[in-house]
Design a protein around this ligand. Structure first.
Ligand code: FAD
Length: 633
């Protein structure tokens, strides 16, 4: 055993995206010594890539908006499978969290009368996304970082040490969590640049590691999103829910191949962009499902009027929830009406002036100019579905964000429940703030309740963690495969067999393939040194991606219906008997997972009564409707 760098904290937050930073700020504000660990450079989390905005029912642009309307939209978007308590907390608290960001120094775009401006987005009844052009995530991360620096400056005045209460460890990847007596005791990591190991002793850990997109070939996610938090939680004995629900964003770039999957923000459609097929037809009007018929325009004229007069017209179908739009694009391409490179056309050029486009969508303008040599003020974009967001994640208590493992918390994209079967655009940035804060508070209260006693990390566990991390270098795996090859195979398997449209026989094939990939993952071998070795890093990530992929495939095979981000070719309709069923996954050893069904807790009566009975009938069984205010009538 080598001497390992060691740190002690009250709360260790894994992840420096919006959720992690907001959690850390809260823990520090509650007097906890807090570490923030980030696999990438500080400031390079996914949150920074968020373009469209942050959903919060502030009612600045349309005063009819309020938390109840936001709550209803969120539940509809998730097809009523959401954890309703999370959706309630989210809708109620999001406006305060956005305001609070401005007290940290954020500056959102303004309405003419100086209020925070809000933009339209799919599935939101009113303009609701607070934004900064199409670079909202950047402003959010910048502000949260600035807040952390200001807290460090306060600590410096008090203690003479900037890092006495809050410290950032960047380019540092957690590979294991430690437990003692059934509770969290700490975590184990390596520094990407040196390959040196480091151990954190802490009674509370907040997982805020983001998504899982790198298990798929075509994704908007960057290299970091390998489902580490999901896998760490599973291995620590926590459970995951909703893993069958992955959001394929309808509009990713499809050309050139090197940028395939990169996101084209929904703001393009929110600001008037329309989708057309190769015949020039605005096809979304053909794809409005029955459950949404009342809320969407039936003609292009009505849809266009909505942009200027939303109270007297219905919204255009381009702004249906993402799952609907992604499926529609998929169908058009399959029917032979796609664009030259296998997508459809997204046209903003004919809708806004070049000046407006450059002002409202500056990042998109540059992205297409630089990456595809397309001028979006003159030509349409070619777009198609890309794996974007995982609704599934760690099963947590809605109020405290604690998982079933004492001391293990989770917030942001890596936790599950809030978005049900499909997330509305803009509801992630608000989710990060609301539940990041709650996780930081929950972890602090947990630490307080422990009093002086803290679970001690077992030396054997540290030795084991070190051995496991070094396995790809050891003689035991000599001659094993290159992790890049195995990763590509995993991505292809998930893309082709557990992708946007799913079938039983294909998913069975996928599970078989994953078993084979599991064996190969266990024995991947890498060459060279521990100093900045991307092959080694990938070998360790692969273990997590595999476990997460098994969860997705197993849950997707089990759920025999189509709902939100889970579409079954063999069970094409939504089935009310499945609405209240959660699929709960736990780890069985290194690379196997167990699945059980669990009943969703019924919605609180006063929340249930926020919906009209006629709408609920589309989702609920007759028996469940008895509790509604109008149910007995
Ligand atoms: P992230 O911001 O993903 O941060 C995860 C952090 O965890 C990173 O710091 C990473 O380095 C760290 N990490 C991961 N694994 C480890 C490990 N093993 N050890 C240490 N650190 C680790 N949502 C919206 O609401 N509105 C939008 O407009 C919007 N636009 C988007 C545009 C793009 C291109 C993408 C990809 C997503 C967009 N989303 C949007 C979704 C949203 O950005 C993400 O869901 C959200 O930012 C996730 O935040 P997070 O804090 O949970 O995690």
């Amino acid at each position: 055993e080598t001497q390992i760098e060691r740190h002690e904290y009250d709360v260790v937050v894994i992840g420096a995206g919006g959720a992690g930073l907001r959690a850390a700020i809260e823990a520090r504000a509650r007097g906890k010594r807090t570490a923030i660990i980030s696999k990438s450079l500080f400031g390079k989390a996914h949150t920074v890539m968020a373009e469209g905005g942050c959903a919060a029912a502030m009612g600045n642009v349309n005063s009819n908006d309020n938390w109840m309307v936001h709550y209803r939209d969120t539940m509809r978007g998730g097809k009523f499978l959401n954890n309703w308590r999370m959706a309630e907390l989210h809708a109620k608290e999001a406006p305060d969290r956005v305001w609070e960001l401005e007290t940290y120094g954020a500056l959102f775009d303004r309405t003419k009368d100086g209020k925070i401006s809000q933009r339209n987005f799919g599935g939101h009844t009113y303009p609701r996304l607070a934004h900064v052009g199409d670079r909202t995530g950047l402003e959010m991360i910048r502000t949260l970082q600035q807040k952390i620096v200001s807290l460090q400056q306060e600590d410096y005045i008090a203690t003479g040490d900037y890092e006495s209460n809050i410290r950032v460890f960047h380019e540092c990847t957690i590979t294991e969590l430690f437990k003692a007596d059934g509770r969290i005791a700490g975590a184990f990591a390596y520094y990407r640049s040196t390959g040196q190991f480091v151990r954190f002793d802490a009674p509370a850990v907040v997982l805020a590691t983001g998504g899982v997109g790198k298990s798929y070939q075509v994704t908007s996610n960057s290299w970091e999103y390998t489902g580490d938090g999901h896998a760490l939680a599973l291995r620590a004995g926590a459970t995951l829910i909703n893993m069958e629900f992955l959001q394929f964003h309808p509009t990713g770039m499809v050309w050139p191949p090197s940028v395939k999957g990169i996101l084209v923000t929904e703001s393009v459609r929110g600001d008037g962009g329309i989708l057309k097929n190769s015949e020039g037809k605005r096809f979304m009007f053909d794809y409005v499902p029955d459950v949404f018929k009342d809320q969407y325009a039936t003609t292009p004229e009505e849809g266009d009027r909505w942009y200027t007069d939303a109270d007297n017209n219905r919204r255009p179908p381009e702004l249906l929830p993402r799952d609907e739009v992604a499926r529609a694009i998929n169908s058009e391409v399959k029917a032979g009406r796609g664009s030259p490179h296998g997508g459809v056309f997204l046209d903003i050029a004919s809708r806004l002036s070049p000046e407006e486009i450059q002002k409202r969508l500056p990042s998109m303008y540059h992205q297409f100019k630089e990456l595809a040599d397309v001028d979006i003020t003159k030509e349409p974009m070619e777009v198609g579905p890309t794996c974007h967001y995982v609704m599934g994640g760690v099963e947590v208590d809605p109020d405290t964000a604690m998982s079933v493992v004492p001391g293990l918390f989770s917030a942001g994209e890596c936790s599950g429940g809030m978005h049900g079967s499909n997330r509305l655009g803009g509801n992630s940035l608000s989710d990060l703030l609301v539940f990041g804060r709650r996780a930081g508070a929950g972890a602090s209260e947990y630490v307080d309740a422990l009093g002086g006693t803290r679970p001690a990390v077992l030396v054997d566990d540290v030795v084991e963690a070190e051995k496991r991390a070094l396995l790809p270098f050891s003689s035991a795996t000599e001659g094993g495969e290159n992790p890049f090859v195995v990763h590509q195979e995993l991505q292809k398997t998930m893309n082709d067999l557990v992708g946007i449209i799913r079938k039983e026989d294909e998913m069975e094939l996928a599970l078989k393939a994953l078993q084979d990939i599991a064996v190969r993952t266990r024995t991947v071998s890498v060459e060279g040194e521990r100093i900045f070795n991307p092959g080694w890093h990938l070998a360790l990530d692969l273990r997590n991606m595999l476990l997460v992929s098994l969860c997705v495939a197993k849950a997707a095979l089990e759920r025999q219906e189509s709902r939100g981000g889970h579409t079954r070719d063999d069970y094409p309709v939504m089935d009310s008997d499945w609405r209240h069923v959660l699929l709960v996954l736990s780890a069985l050893g290194e690379d196997n997972v167990d699945l059980v069904r669990k009943e969703q807790v019924p919605m609180r009566p006063e929340l249930f009564d926020l919906f009209e009975l006629d709408e609920l009938k589309k989702y609920y069984t007759g028996e469940e409707l008895g509790g509604h205010r109008a149910g007995s009538a």
